[in-house]
Design a protein around this ligand. Sequence first.
Ligand code: PHE
Length: 334
Amino acid sequence: MQEIEYIKQEALKILAENDFGSSYVKIFGKSGVFTQAAKKIKDVPEKNRPIFGQELNKAKKEIEQLLLEKRTEKSTRPAIKIDVTAPGKKRELGHLHLVSQAISEIVEIFNKLGFTLQSYPEIDWDYYAFESLNMPASHPARDEWETFFVKGEKDPKYGNLVLTPHTSNGQVREMERAKKPPIRMLNISRCYRRQIDISHTPMFHQFEGLLIDKKVTIGDLKGTFDYFTTRFFGPERVTRLRPHHFRFTEPSFEVDVTCGICLGKGCRLCKAGWLELGGAGMVHPNVLSSGKIDPKIYQGFAFGWGIERTIAMKTNLPDIRLLYQNDIRFLEQF
Ligand code: PHE
């Protein structure tokens, strides 16, 4: 068959003039000579079609064989010598994220003081996040927690669902769980607030401590912070209490720790020598009553601090958003 001979000649010419890759495309590719030829089968008189097909296939096989030979010719490279005695490549070992590392450390320190870890919901009812904490609906103090509300049904008793803006929602939940003091709870959870800048991320972690017993004083609270600070930040750093206001504690404080760079002397990072750790105070009698604990018999203290912030204070981080950028160059340093 003349047409087939012609196609073969064309393919051989391509083979002679091109390398393996382009020969392959030009011969067998979408618009390659064989693909085009196969399309022509409809112009062949019907009785000749079977023989045309057979011949075309034969030619295709021959060319394929030649093409394969061309490839092996090309790839005959000098054999690579392998040095089996060469030392292997060292694998990099990963580690826990800074936040996870800090959580383990914090849990361990408070465990030694008898606080046990409880887990309370990070999406919770308005009742536990605000109302039971002496913050009735529409109280302006709620604005201090820039809260995300969950769309959905409202519970007649518990109100809306919120992404918890703090771990204090665990306070009354813990009183309900334990039923009776003594209580020494640590609640660690993700929290959410509508804020983002160098010291805030919209999702962050807090750890909340709650201790309720008879004869609990501010001295116990201060002693607990000193114990934590020495173990977490090191013995050269100390805490102080600054008067503040929270609806759920009375009296209330902000807890400061001396700056890790100047150790309290004052520097560019801290200005006056102190960094703010978080809030604390003696549990408000109304909150004890919400948890069905008699405020005439029992007292307690509570505190709630940001984990990202404590990490920043320990490692002198300039921007806590670095913790969530997953930049390996940053993470590798810890
Ligand atoms: N929940 C408070 C906050 O997020 C901190 C706090 C906890 C204050 C417990 C007092 C007692 O700011």
